[in-house]
Write a protein that binds this ligand. Structure first.
Ligand code: GDP
Length: 393
């Protein structure tokens, strides 16, 4: 499906920038427009693929292009004040050609954490297209203020979007790596998952012959109903034959060598579905109780089959307890791998969020205490013990 991507803040901008690169490299044709919004000029200048005229610097009169320094209340205020400037960039998007907006942001910082929910609310008021969020949670080693920002932003963002897809940096942290090097790799992982998911709805008739191609309406229906989503992924390299599997499926020839192949293909698909659902999700959670799910099997057409996808779908129904599990193909030739991407929408059993909220509350209490203490200390320093001196005015 076609998306208008808007990255808010540094993380948001970089992820959208990586998305544009992925789209060009793979020819996925998902990105209809890409905009970056920030209060920090340097962050916008560091982007590589988003067109210059689609980079919007807001809050110049307040922070002079220097960013909001992890103050997400200021980030939200500036976004509200300067929403017309953001709208100016959105106005250049042919919205009738997009299926949805996707607002991308790190939730731990200031600009995106505060601004992304404001922008989502604004877009929802103006457009009829769905407005989705992709929110990135900070690593648990980033400190209390980032956790507090993320917990408050998460709560607000979920309310303002049609669905909030979440990626947890904490689950993807690697030790012994430079932070920025680590982020580049993480951003590639994010974009691969969401690229396959949204790319699945973009296969045009005639591009590839597929048995049951995922349609963009299936993605939209899986995300509708709101709440929080997570995505699973697993892949396996395969050898691509120049012909064979597809033809035999079309002619209904299931015997001989092809029969063996079919069994193997089916087994590979079902095992990839299990790995994707039970492995590391973008937001780790219990999949039981997910309200809706969508299984996308991507890969060369001869390595996809209906039986495998049907089995995978059934297994997902059992595991989630959901009656709304959709599934289909995303035929991609020449990729050299078969991948299962599973969107689990409306997840509610997420210990990580509860833990984030707990740490955020503690951080909030500490911050209040420290502020009170430093007010008292300053008071003690400035005033004389017996209160004998008088201020000038
Ligand atoms: P903002 O510019 O004020 O919105 O703040 P940032 O986007 O710089 O940071 C917000 C949070 O996003 C940080 O706490 C990190 O957890 C995360 N972050 C920053 N840069 C990246 C990135 O490139 N990729 C990912 N996945 N996370 C990032």
């Amino acid at each position: 499906m076609k998306l208008a991507l808007i990255g808010f803040g540094q993380a948001g901008g970089k992820i959208v920038d990586t998305f544009v690169d992925y789209d060009r490299r793979t020819g996925s044709d998902i990105v209809r427009a890409a905009v970056a919004v920030n209060t920090a000029k340097a962050d916008l200048m560091g982007l590589e693929n988003i067109p210059q005229d689609q980079r919007v610097l807001i809050g110049q009169s307040r922070v002079k292009g220097h960013g909001v320094g992890a103050d997400n209340e200021l980030g939200a205020e500036i976004a509200e004040e300067d929403i017309d400037e953001v709208q100016g960039a959105v106005d250049s998007i042919p919205v009738h050609e997009v299926d949805a907006f996707l607002v991308v942001s790190g939730l731990g910082g200031g600009s995106g954490s505060g601004g992304a929910p404001v922008l989502a609310k604004h877009l929802k008021r103006i457009y009829t297209e769905p407005v989705y969020g992709l929110g990135v949670l900070p690593g648990s080693d980033e400190g209390g203020i980032y956790t507090l920002n993320a917990a408050r932003s998460f709560q607000t963002f979920v309310r303002e979007v049609d669905n909030l897809m979440v990626f947890d940096n904490d689950a993807w942290r690697k030790t012994g790596e430079s932070v920025s090097g680590g982020y580049d790799e993480i951003n590639e992982e994010i974009v691969k998952r969401f690229g396959i998911l949204f790319g699945a709805g973009e296969v045009e008739a005639g591009q590839e012959v597929a048995e049951s191609v995922v349609d963009s309406s299936e993605i939209i229906n899986t995300l509708s109903g709101g709440g929080v989503s997570t995505v699973g992924y697993a892949s396996e390299e395969v050898e691509e034959k120049s012909s064979g599997g597809l033809l035999s499926r079309l002619t209904g020839d299931d015997g001989g060598d092809e029969g063996l192949d079919t069994a193997h293909t089916t087994n590979r698909i079902t095992s990839l579905v299990r790995k994707a659902a039970l492995g590391r999700l973008t937001l780790p959670c219990e999949i039981e109780g997910a309200e809706r799910a969508l299984l996308v099997m991507a890969g060369p057409p001869q390595h996809l089959n209906r039986k495998g996808i049907e089995r995978g779908r059934k297994w997902l129904e059992e595991q989630t307890g959901s009656m709304e599990v959709r599934g289909g193909d995303y035929p991609v030739s020449g990729s050299g791998f078969v991948a299962a991407v599973i969107l689990l929408s409306g997840v509610t059993n997420v210990p990580r969020i509860k833990e984030l909220q707990q740490v955020a509350i503690e951080a909030q209490d500490n911050i209040d205490e420290i502020r009170q203490e430093s007010d008292d200390n300053l008071d003690n320093l400035v005033s004389d013990d017996e209160d004998e001196l008088e201020s000038l005015f």
